[in-house]
Every structure is written in structure tokens, then in C-alpha cells.
Design a protein around this ligand. Structure first.
Ligand code: C6P
Length: 418
């Protein structure tokens, strides 16, 4: 009988030692990296895998009979299988490599738009979407004469499920699994089930979920699911669009070029089988191999244990931040990943607030990396009546001590700015 592999115990120090960048100094201070929602840092194993590809097997894939091309092709297809297993897709051909979440959603919107949308149809998104899950749908709606409808957001930063604007004209639902700005974990499975009953095709933006949740596309029941490698300890410039094969078969290609064809004449072309129909041109082979390594690295640990650690950081930071005079957290959902967005309102003592940009700059001077601004969610900023926030976002390698360092630095910065 096969026994399950024993995962190593979760130890932050042991984990941190695997990330070379965490030894860097910023302005002479140890780096505290709290911008993981923008991009996570990379373990040594991922960095090595990319350079080993270039040093030992660099060649184009699916094109040559020579040894290097065969090795590169095998390494790429092995990574596809790693991704398939990780998100529990049924088939490897349901995994399409893209350059990231943005490219995946643009592919979905352009292709589904052509397949499904006609004048008068509707596409439903939510009011907390990243611009990458708004603008492609606006473009598709404009092209086909359809209308974009929006699920409103409650004061706590959750979908208002009583006001989901499904109608007989809704063809597509496009929603984020986790909000990049609020950290809200959305009840996607529930809404997908509701959409499916009405024959609505479902697209999930999983950019902020893949590093923190166990994503199971068959359990979610979604038709398409997009994510980026770089937010899950993998390289930049590589992402995945999962698609249910019956739907992918019906969808027209998004981009034309090499490798996505079966036959080409000067009059017309026919398409390659899945997934290659959607993978025109030379892929980011090193990135694909790096993504495979990043997923394997995450799988060495228990994602639920990592999530518990990140939740403890979230709880501790939330408590400490709320004790600061005038600090207001935007996004107080019950179910959250380790993301905290906040603004500094005028305090009772000074009567003045603090701008997020100034705060970000002063935190950086103390070695602390956070993101400031609208986080590519301008409609959400409008919903909460703010121009931007300061956002801290955790990864599994962050520590309680780092949270304390950030809180102390923040207090110092606020004092200087008020
Ligand atoms: N959010 C952030 O700081 P790309 O850039 O294609 O890898 O991912 C786009 C994207 C799509 N959806 C969500 C929910 C996202 O969070 C992001 C990227 C980063 O919040 C950079 S704007």
C-alpha cells in the first residue's frame, strides 16, 4: 500500500532561508516584504530551475526532432501536468499557458464574446474586480452590443448576493475568487452553481487565490479559471487559463500564429487540437518550467497550514492597526486572505489625515514594502469614497516580528506626517 508523503513541519525560519531576497537590505534596513499581492518573492528552487533550463536544455518546444527540443518539450508538458493536478482539472489539454491573469481574461473575453455575445446580451461582473476583469469585458460588450451589469459591494467588502443582476439575457459571469484590494474570499462556488442553473458561462479570476487556497476547478464547477505564476512564488510572464474542454472546443482562437494551426493555405486555416489552439507563438518555456517548480514547492507544504499561518498574521496585524488613532480598514469581510487595505482619517487630536503615498514612501525608507494607490480597482475606490489605500499583503514566509516592525514604523511615519 502506498503511504502519503509526509510534509515538513511549518517553520517560518526554515521557509525564509529559501528566499534569497529576504536577506537584502533596503535603505540599510532588513527588507520587510508586504507586497505579495502585487507579486510574491521566489524560492531558490524556482530561480535555479529557470536558469538551469537556459544552461542545459534551451530549445524551442514541439518543433524539432533534436534532443534539446525533445527535452524542453518534455519539461514543458511535465509542468502542464503539475498544474493540472494542482487545480484538479480533468485533462492536461484543459491547461492553457498564457502570460498571466490579464492575458487569460483577455483570451476569455475575446473568444467567449465572439462565441456567445450578441446585441442586447448581458455580462455580469462584481464591483470589486481588478481592472483586468473589467476592461476586457467592456471591450467585448462594446464589440458585440452587449451590456455590463455589476454585483454591488456591501460596506464590509462582500458581494451583495441579494442584488445579483442575473436576467434571461445574462450569458457570462466573470468574478474574482479573492479580492486583491480587500482580501475578501468570495463565495464563488455558490454563485457559479446559481449561474449554471441559468445556463450562464462562468469565468473566475483566480490571481489572488492560487497562492493561498486549495483551488479545485471541478469542485468550483467553473468553466474558465485564470491565474498568474508570479503571485504564487513562480516567475513573472507566465500564467494559466484553465477551461472545461467541451467549452474550449467550441471557443474560437484568440491569437493566430505558429503552433496554433493544423493546416494553413493562403485562403484559410484550421486549428490545432487543445491546448495548442490557444497557444500561438513560442511560449515562455523557462517560465512554464519555473511555474511547475513553484507549484511543486508549494505542494511540499500543506496549503491549509500555510493559510493558517497567514491568517494568524492577518489577525495580529488587524488588531494592532485598529489601535492606531484614525486608522480605518477598508474590507472587513468574515472570510479574508492576508490582505489589509487601510486609510488614515483625520485624528481627534491633530484633525488631519495622512496620504497613502506619503505613508508608503516613509515605510519604504524603513525597509518596508507595501503597495499604495488604487490597486487597479478604481470602481472599488469610488464605492468606498477614497482615492487610494495603503495595502499590506502577506505570504507564507512573513513573520509576526515583521508585523510588529511594520506597525512600529507606521506609527512613526504617521507621527511625522500629522
Ligand atoms: N494585481 C496587485 O497589486 P497580472 O498582472 O496579469 O499578473 O494580474 C492581474 C490581476 C488580475 N486580477 C487580480 C485580482 C489581481 O490582483 C491582478 C494583479 C496586482 O493587486 C497588480 S495590479
Amino acid at each position: 500500500m502506498k503511504t502519503a508523503a509526509v510534509k515538513p513541519a511549518f517553520n517560518v525560519d526554515e521557509l525564509r532561508a529559501q528566499f534569497p531576497i529576504l536577506k537584502e537590505l533596503v535603505h540599510g534596513k532588513p527588507l520587510v516584504y508586504f507586497d505579495n499581492a502585487a507579486t510574491s518573492q521566489k524560492p531558490r528552487r524556482v530561480i535555479k530551475a529557470e536558469s538551469a533550463y537556459y544552461a542545459t536544455i534551451n530549445a524551442n518546444v514541439h518543433r524539432g526532432v533534436h534532443t534539446l527540443s525533445t527535452k524542453a518539450t518534455e519539461a514543458q508538458e511535465a509542468a502542464r501536468e503539475i498544474v493540472r493536478k494542482h487545480i484538479n482539472a480533468k485533462h492536461a489539454h484543459e491547461i492553457i499557458f498564457t502570460s498571466g491573469t490579464t492575458a487569460g481574461i483577455n483570451l476569455a473575453a475575446a473568444s467567449l464574446g465572439q462565441l456567445l455575445l450578441k446585441k442586447g446580451d448581458e455580462v455580469v461582473i462584481s464591483g470589486m474586480e481588478h481592472h483586468s476583469n473589467i476592461v476586457p469585458w467592456q471591450l467585448a460588450c462594446e464589440r458585440h452590443g452587449a451590456t455590463l451589469k455589476v454585483i454591488p459591494i456591501t460596506d464590509s467588502g462582500e458581494w451583495d448576493l441579494k442584488q445579483v443582476p442575473f436576467s434571461g439575457k445574462t450569458r457570462i459571469l466573470a468574478i474574482s475568487h479573492v479580492s486583491n484590494t480587500l482580501g475578501t474570499i468570495n463565495p464563488v462556488k455558490k454563485l457559479i452553481a446559481q449561474a449554471k442553473k441559468q445556463g450562464i458561462v462562468t469565468v473566475v479570476d483566480g490571481a489572488q487565490a492560487i497562492a493561498h487556497l486549495n483551488v479545485n476547478v471541478q469542485d468550483l464547477g467553473c468553466d474558465l479559471y485564470a491565474f498568474s505564476g508570479h503571485k504564487a512564488y513562480g516567475p513573472t510572464g507566465i500564467g494559466v487559463l484553465y477551461g472545461r474542454d467541451e467549452l474550449l472546443e467550441r471557443m474560437p482562437p484568440w491569437q493566430g500564429g505558429g503552433e496554433m494551426i493544423d493546416t494553413v493555405t493562403l485562403i484559410q486555416s484550421t486549428w490545432a487540437k487543445l491546448p495548442f489552439k490557444f497557444e500561438a507563438g513560442t511560449p515562455n518555456i523557462a517560465g512554464i518550467i519555473g511555474l511547475g517548480k513553484a507549484i511543486r514547492w508549494m505542494e511540499d507544504y500543506d496549503k491549509a497550514v500555510m493559510a493558517r499561518h497567514e491568517h494568524a498574521l492577518l489577525q495580529h496585524a488587524t488588531k494592532e492597526l485598529l489601535a492606531i488613532d484614525g486608522l480605518r480598514i477598508i474590507g472587513t469581510a468574515k472570510e479574508k486572505v492576508g490582505v489589509i487595505s487601510f486609510v488614515i482619517d483625520p485624528s481627534s487630536a491633530s484633525g488631519s489625515g495622512v496620504h497613502h503615498y506619503d505613508l508608503g514612501t516613509l515605510l519604504d525608507q524603513q525597509g518596508i514594502a507595501v503597495r499604495t494607490g488604487h490597486h487597479c480597482t478604481q470602481p472599488l475606490m469610488d464605492r468606498f469614497g477614497v482615492s487610494g489605500t495603503t495595502r499590506v499583503s502577506f505570504a507564507c514566509f512573513n513573520s509576526m516580528e515583521e508585523v510588529d516592525t511594520m506597525v512600529a514604523a507606521l506609527k512613526k511615519a504617521i507621527k511625522m506626517l500629522r
